[in-house]
Design a protein around this ligand. Structure first.
Ligand code: 0RA
Length: 646
């Protein structure tokens, strides 16, 4: 009995002890999502969010983020400075409470409107817990205050180290490499993209990012300054820069509805895809939710009402659906919700019911005014909607064809597919291979038990520039649908992808490591991004990485995936080795392809993720769209393969 009690007591104590900072270190993923690249970058967002909060309260307009030479991060703002006075309940300075108590972040400032905060809203104390070392410097009340921490524990009480005539907070932290075991190296572009996004979402703030690890041609540190006076209105121009506008005007509104701050901006382009981006408290809600439903509802009802009453639809015989109003539409919806409920697989779907009608009303008012004041634009939009409806009817027919040929529908698998024998989707993989000849090699090299091969002929259709029915009529694309066993339309959503009968849990794109190969890879990814995004989001899409070199000396043979590796291998062989550069998969024999690229024991597959859907959307439309200059610039900046072939 007493032993029993002891046990209970013990576990209660251990839970107590684990509370807070220790728990963060023990279960970091619970707080920051993961301890990979994403989680590492999340630390920065968490610290910056505190400064954004301060800015949203109107106390700060300048935020500086620096990647230091040693990969530590400094975030600096010109806000009021975190209070350093005694926190009565805790008996230490408020700064120490903010930095070392989980969930304490700024709770003692009830008046300010706090809605920002990272994906998990865990606060800067989490960052502290997950850092080897962190230093907080506060400029406040004429003095400079400082406190340092190791793995979340204060090294000394707050001390004054000098005088100052400004206010603000500076935080420098070193991510703990025993927690972030994969990497502690920051990616400039990832951070810069988020800072740009934050600057657009919070107009008026200036956010500067500097990378002290790298200098440009002029000998200056790499960096950018982001500042937007017009917020979403400018954001949408940035997102749609490579598309051809249908109307030369950004429709936008900003205001409060039922106590919920709502901001919306939208434009129509001549393209066919729908690009909706939504944010709640500066967080990108990839899975949408009630705010996006409100947007759709407001848009459809207002446009429909206008089109009906203006007589523009008088001679139209077919029915017009909600989707038709969104073809060629790029829109951003940003709301601030005091107590957001996040749902969905990745917790990025807003659940708060009250938000739907707030956004819907806001959009209706905005659009009604706009349509009345701009009858010419209104007519253009309605004409586009009519065309979209027409095309949708054609697409529906083509899509039926895709579905009828579905393996479960009895239509049979594509003739070009070399299927595997195992029937368990979880164990099965399909390789989408560029060209029939590489397809042949892959077919010979594979393990036919669980690996299927689908050769794709030449360049697949650029879906970014094609109307929907053309996409569904395309042979290669039909083959992909049929081979994968996925269909379009679920009970909930007629356009959603149905993955229930997915036949392979790994879908691997295998292309040559050259310019053409990477182009084809981009075309296939564009197709997946626009038409099978759920497949990417559920983690089923991978890219194979064939080696670039074979290094030979005598009987010794080794493969290299980049120049550095090649040189190291040559050196390890004592120099003077023969080097073969693989120009394509076709130059490898079946055994080599298996050894290097297909054998699960030795290969490297890169899983495709959508880190930042907003940026991905922009890049796909740029890479696959009509305008050449931005594409050339991107390719030159990212020309891994182009250089090799030059
Ligand atoms: C609570 C109260 C006050 C400032 C802050 C929080 C604050 C926190 C952070 C985090 C990063 N930068 C920050 N700047 C300010 C001040 C309350 C007052 O001065 O009355």
């Amino acid at each position: 009995m007493s032993e029993e009690l002891n046990k209970k007591q013990y576990s209660a104590d251990s839970i107590q002890a684990l509370e807070g900072m220790e728990h963060v270190r023990m279960r970091p993923s619970m707080y920051i999502g993961d301890v990979g690249v994403r989680g590492l970058h999340h630390l920065v967002y968490e610290v910056v969010d505190n400064s954004i909060d301060e800015a949203m309260g109107g106390y700060c307009d300048n935020i500086k983020v620096t990647i230091n030479e040693d990969n530590s991060i400094t975030v600096e703002d010109n806000g009021r400075g975190i209070p350093v006075g005694l926190h009565k309940k805790e008996g230490v300075s408020a700064l120490e409470v903010v930095m070392t108590k989980i969930g304490a972040g700024g709770k003692f400032d009830k008046d300010s409107y706090k809605v920002s905060g990272g994906l998990h809203g865990v606060g800067v104390s989490c960052v502290n817990a997950l850092s080897n070392h962190l230093k907080a410097t506060v400029h406040r009340e004429g003095k400079v205050w400082e406190q340092e921490y190791e793995r979340g524990k204060a090294l000394y009480p707050v001390k004054s180290i000098g005088e100052t005539n400004v206010t603000g907070t500076v935080v420098t932290f070193y991510p703990d490499d025993t927690i972030f075991t994969q990497t502690t190296e920051y990616n400039y572009e990832t951070l810069a993209n988020r800072m740009r996004e934050l600057a657009y979402l919070n107009k008026g703030i200036t956010i500067t990012i500097t990378d002290k690890r790298e200098k440009d041609e002029k000998g200056e540190y790499v960096g950018e300054t982001f500042h937007s006076e017009e917020g979403l209105k400018e954001f949408i121009k940035f997102l749609d820069a490579t598309r051809e506008p249908l109307i030369n005007y950004v429709i936008s509104m900003e205001g409060e509805k039922n106590g919920i701050p709502v901001e919306v901006a939208m434009v129509y382009n001549t393209g066919f895809s729908e690009n909706l981006h939504s944010y709640v408290n500066n967080i990108n809600t990839h899975e949408g939710g009630t705010h996006l439903s409100g947007f759709r509802r407001g848009l459809t009802s207002t446009l429909k009402k206008y089109a009906d009453s203006s007589g523009l639809l008088d001679k139209v015989k077919f029915e017009i659906s909600g989707d038709d109003f969104r073809e060629g539409l790029t829109a951003i919806v940003s709301v601030k919700v005091a107590e957001p409920q996040f749902e969905g697989q990745t917790k990025t779907k807003l659940g708060n019911r009250e938000v739907t009608s707030a956004v819907s009303q806001a959009v209706s008012e905005m659009l009604t005014d706009y349509l009345e004041e701009n009858p010419d634009d209104a007519k253009q939009i309605v004409e586009k909607v009519k065309l979209a409806a027409q095309a949708r009817h054609a697409a529906a027919k083509a899509r039926e064809m895709v579905q009828r040929k579905n393996p479960m529908g009895g239509g049979g698998l594509p003739g070009k597919l070399s299927d595997c024998s195992d029937q368990d989707p979880e164990k099965c993989e399909i390789f989408l291979v560029e060209g029939d000849s590489a397809g042949g090699t892959a077919k010979m090299g594979r393990d036919r038990n669980f690996q299927a091969i689908l050769p794709l002929r030449g360049k697949i259709l650029n879906v970014e520039k094609a109307m929907q029915h053309k996409v569904f009529e395309n042979e290669e694309i039909k083959n992909i649908y049929t081979a994968l066993g996925v269909t379009i339309g679920t009970e909930e959503d007629s356009k959603a992808l149905n993955l229930e009968k997915l036949r392979y849990h790994k879908v691997v794109i295998m292309c040559d490591a050259d310019v053409d190969g990477s182009h084809i890879e981009t075309l296939i990814l564009t197709f997946f991004f626009r038409y099978m995004r759920e497949l990417i989001e559920s983690g089923h899409v991978y890219i194979a990485t064939p080696p670039l070199y074979l290094v030979k000396k005598g009987a010794k043979k080794r493969y290299a995936w980049n120049d550095k590796e090649r040189d190291e291998i040559v050196e390890s062989m004592g120099g003077q080795a023969g080097i073969q550069r693989y120009k394509g998969l076709g130059e490898m024999n079946a055994e080599q392809l298996w050894d290097t690229t297909m054998n699960p024991e030795f290969r490297t597959l890169r899983r495709v993720t959508i880190d930042n859907a907003t940026e991905s959307d922009r890049i796909f439309s740029m890479l696959m769209g009509d305008e050449v200059p931005p594409r050339r610039e991107f390719i030159e900046k990212n020309a891994v393969y182009a250089n090799i072939d030059a």
